[in-house]
Ligand binder design. Structure first.
Ligand SMILES: Cc1ncc(COP(=O)(O)O)c(C=O)c1O
Length: 306
């Protein structure tokens, strides 16, 4: 046992060792309270997490009931009523044929699963040479190594560069900075999307595995939507070259844009969509990777194992 003076010190490894954080004690509705009783208005719900408010009695009692009934059953051996019900609920509302839900414990893990599934799909589909991932500069897809590699935020990537997978980054769709004055929004969006086709052709279309993007860029651009027509052109390019389109809706999905899935506003259906944050609303660490039936079928009729 450590000496008494050490036992009172914090053993938590914080994100930033240089600052002292207030201690959150409880939360209710839109407010978090610290140990002095001071109330903080949680306007952003953390990083777009607490979308149902804090302390909701119905959610708490459902969690309590479930923990009493069944807290854990390994997914290798069992399915469970809550996972079946939630998957059914999501599948009823997904656009297109995004019908298969793979549950994970957060956003980064959902992205990792999406990247692995895109790769496995091509392998099982007889195209093992497809290995290149294309994403966009100024994107954020999470903090685990695969997700960090996919992201385009140089500041976050820099020191881990030797550990990251090789990803090819094109420009984001960022009208405010990148549209020429002589262009309409639509023309700019078409030009921005065209970068994807050029990159696919440069790498060799038969080697490209997937393209990943956030419908609304969250952490690294600040709530930036694409211009009209951009994602439709992206969808066309992916279809032309057999490239899997992954949309990262970890931050912008689950109702945050007014649609359950943000891609509905862009009128495109990706092959894989990732959700987290608002799915658990801070009450549970949960995320999901949702894929189209044709990808699921390739696994089902192939090895059968993801
Ligand atoms: C767009 C996006 N993708 C992925 C992630 C990673 O999610 P998590 O922090 O749950 O691992 C985040 C987190 O902020 C995000 O905003």
């Amino acid at each position: 046992m450590k000496p008494p003076e050490e036992q009172t010190m914090s053993s938590v490894f914080p994100r930033d060792t240089r600052i002292n954080l207030p201690k959150a004690i409880r939360a209710e509705g839109c407010y978090i309270y610290d140990e002095t009783g001071k109330a903080y208005f949680d306007g952003s719900g953390g990083a777009a997490v607490s979308c149902l408010g804090h302390g909701d009695p119905d959610i708490i009692s459902a969690i309590e009931k479930q923990a009493q009934t069944l807290a854990f059953a390994h997914t290798v051996f069992f399915t469970s009523e809550p996972s079946e019900k939630l998957a059914r609920l999501l599948a009823d509302y997904t656009p297109g044929e995004l019908d298969r839900i793979y549950f994970v414990s957060g956003g980064s893990e959902a992205i990792e699963a999406a990247l692995k599934l895109a790769r496995q799909y091509h392998v099982e589909n007889g195209q093992p040479e497809r290995r290149h991932l294309i994403s966009r500069k100024q994107s954020y897809h999470g903090s685990t190594l695969g997700a960090l590699g996919a992201g385009g935020n140089e500041m976050r990537r820099a020191q881990f560069h030797p550990l990251l997978i090789d990803v090819h980054h094109i420009a984001p769709c960022y009208e405010y900075i990148l549209r020429y004055e002589i262009e309409t929004s639509y023309e700019y969006g078409q030009r921005a999307a065209q970068e994807l086709e050029y990159e696919i052709l440069r790498l060799g279309p038969e080697t490209v595995m997937a393209f990943i993007a956030e419908p609304v860029v969250g952490a690294t651009l600040g709530a930036v939507t694409a211009v009209g027509g951009y994602f439709q052109r992206i969808r066309d390019i992916c279809d032309t070259y057999g490239v899997i389109l992954i949309l990262d809706e970890v931050m912008c999905g689950m109702g945050r844009t007014g649609y359950l899935f943000a891609c509905e506003a862009d009128q495109v259906v990706p092959d894989i969509v990732c959700i987290a944050k608002g799915l658990g609303a801070g009450y549970q660490p949960i995320g999901a990777m949702i894929c189209s039936e044709f990808i699921y079928d390739a696994i089902k009729t192939g090895s059968g194992i993801f």
